[in-house]
Design a protein around this ligand. Structure first.
Ligand SMILES: Nc1ncnc2c1ncn2[C@@H]1O[C@H](COP(=O)(O)OP(=O)(O)OP(=O)(O)O)[C@@H](O)[C@H]1O
Ligand SMILES: [Mg+2]
Length: 302
């Protein structure tokens, strides 16, 4: 049997169809033409796994692939990025899980089809040190996922990922309380607070604050905050998932939370300066190796 993964990322896997260079803004009743169309693997789990692999971790991806023909580009990209494939084919007759991303001016409009389940049931986890869940909705859809990971000795992290229906779903606070690290962005953290959902993961909540950086709230400890690193923003897509990979690489290296925060910020800043979610990651390995240690290693990995 192969060695355990450092990081297993589980969640919705998309094929992104990115239309760029439009000859006019999209408008009802009009056809506009794009100068370029790129197919790219997408979804938080993939983007975090690809960044983790680029940082030198053994990373794997778990989830249901988009239906054909959109499965092939996703698998090819995962293989090219060094992400181990633990995916499942889409069930017969499923709509492809795709996002059409339309680049207009400096911004993007998205239309997503999210058919069926995120993960195949019963959930079977390959051996890994850590499970990262790409979106909280996946933990709620697969309520045994976190318990299975814990029973297999893994530590667990979870992004929130914006989903209008999520904040009112039962079991959300309990899912957050069951993970070690919870990583929402500022907007998601505000929506959770407005919905009265307690943020009490076992180790820390990490709030990503875009151009303002990020804030770590350790359970029962003093918060840590750091500004974003300067970056020329080309495309912010996936910056939060890139941040997750940096933070988790520090975590899996046994580093102090402050170092994890800095590695997350470095990956986030690198991500906004590149087009696409997980392309052009060749420079990342040095970020992990060169980061000085700010303090003693954490006593033990959970
Ligand atoms: N303008 C910026 N300059 C430098 N770093 C940035 C900038 N915007 C984002 N980042 C980095 O990326 C991290 C994540 O960004 P953000 O808070 O936008 O996450 P997010 O909303 O979850 O992103 P997404 O869901 O699109 O992946 C930030 O914490 C920061 O480190
Ligand atoms: Mg996000």
């Amino acid at each position: 049997m192969s060695a355990p993964l450092d990081l297993l990322a589980a969640g919705r896997i998309y094929c992104d169809l990115v239309f760029a260079g439009l000859d006019a803004p999209p408008a009802p009743g009009r056809e506009v033409y794009a100068a370029a169309l790129t197919l790219a693997a997408g979804g938080g789990a993939f983007i975090t796994a690809a960044h983790a692999a680029a940082l030198g971790l053994r990373a794997g991806l778990m989830g249901i692939l988009p239906a054909a023909p959109f499965d092939a580009p996703v698998r090819e990209e995962a293989a090219a990025q060094g992400v181990e494939d633990h995916t499942t084919p889409a069930p017969p007759g499923a709509d492809p899980q795709v996002t059409a991303a339309i680049v207009t001016g400096g911004d993007r409009a998205f239309v997503t089809r999210r058919p069926g389940a995120a993960l195949a049931e019963p959930v079977a986890l390959p051996p890994a040190r850590h499970l990262h869940i790409g979106e909280a909705a996946t933990a709620l859809d697969h309520p045994r996922l976190i318990g299975r990971a814990r029973a297999a000795g893994m530590s667990v992290s979870m992004d929130c990922a914006w989903d209008g229906a999520l904040f009112a779903r039962p079991g959300l606070a309990e899912a957050i309380a069951a993970v070690d690290l919870f990583l929402p962005n500022a907007e998601e953290a505000a929506a959770l607070a407005a919905a009265g959902v307690a943020l009490a993961p076992r180790i820390a909540t990490v709030v990503k604050r875009g151009a303002e950086g990020a804030r770590v709230q350790p359970r029962g400890g003093a918060p840590l905050e750091a500004p974003a690193l300067p970056a020329r923003v080309v495309d912010p897509t996936g910056a939060g998932d890139a941040f997750n990979a940096g933070f988790l690489a520090g975590w899996l290296d046994g580093r102090a939370l402050e170092d994890c925060l800095h590695l997350g910020l470095a990956c986030g800043a690198a991500a906004v300066a590149r087009p696409g979610g997980a392309r052009g990651l060749e420079g990342l390995p040095t970020l992990r190796k060169r980061l000085p240690r700010s303090g003693p290693a954490r006593a033990a990995l959970p």
